[in-house]
Ligand binder design. Structure first.
Ligand SMILES: [Zn+2]
Ligand SMILES: [Zn+2]
Length: 242
């Protein structure tokens, strides 16, 4: 599979777009998370919304779901289509009731299903989202009291989305489940209260660091190039083969 980040910025970054990804498999495209900057990033890259075949949401924060209202309206009004929307079963109701309903509810449209082909995912159960692309949601810690998920793609590529430092999970994934590549969110400065921070990630053994690429970083990321141990930074708008 290939992956291209629409953005690699933290929730507060201004020089980077939101940390959202396009994953390509067998000629089809999955959008992982759709923050408020996603429509602008797609426009900048010249990628029409029609090219997205399915959407996966990891958790409910504006840098991950803030662009869904626009996609819903564009797919409904302009493209006349309902795209598959994969989301944890626990988040289907909150996504509509707490985030999207305010903008999307209208006379004939009363639910998320009126805009998307909603496909709930169960934690720990791999599902085929596109031909040749399976995804398994793993519940990971991000904000106390908030459900948030990371994604294991094709059993070998771990995409954290947003999570706190969890070295035991990373070890299990690499040593027991055969994960080869990890795209990890990275707050550049300590303390890492709701994200892993770079000083924490630098405590990992080198053989783990070599598998990790850093994303979801702040605007001062250029100051940290060459200071991330064996880990390298993912660059937005660059396509990587995994
Ligand atoms: Zn985020
Ligand atoms: Zn978040």
């Amino acid at each position: 599979m290939d992956i291209l980040m629409l953005g690699t910025g933290s929730a507060f970054a201004k020089t980077f777009y939101n940390n959202n990804a396009l994953v390509y498999s067998e000629g089809r495209t999955l959008l992982i998370d759709c923050g408020h900057t996603a429509p602008r990033a797609l426009h900048r890259l010249g990628i029409p919304l029609a090219d997205i075949d399915a959407i996966l949401v990891t958790h409910i924060h504006a840098d991950h779901v803030g662009g869904l209202e626009e996609l819903a309206f564009q797919y409904s009004l302009i493209y006349k289509t309902r795209k598959p929307l994969y989301v944890a079963d626990t988040l289907v109701s909150p996504l509509w009731e707490h985030t999207l309903r305010g903008g999307l509810q209208q006379e004939d449209n009363h639910s998320l299903e009126d805009y998307f082909d909603v496909r709930p995912l169960r934690e720990g159960e791999a599902a085929e989202l596109l031909p040749g692309l399976t995804a398994e949601l793993l519940r990971t810690e991000h904000i106390p009291g908030k459900k948030s998920y990371s994604v294991l793609l094709n059993g070998t590529f771990f995409y954290t989305a947003d999570m706190k430092f969890d070295p035991d999970l990373l070890r299990r994934l690499v040593y027991e489940r055969g994960v080869k590549t990890i795209f990890h969110d990275c707050q550049l400065h300590a303390p890492g209260t709701v994200h892993a921070c770079l000083p924490e990630l630098l405590t990992l053994p080198e053989d783990l660091q070599e598998r990790i690429r850093l994303m979801h970083y702040g605007d001062d990321q250029p100051n940290f190039i060459g200071r991330s141990g064996k880990m390298t930074f993912v660059e937005q708008h660059k396509r990587y083969t995994i």
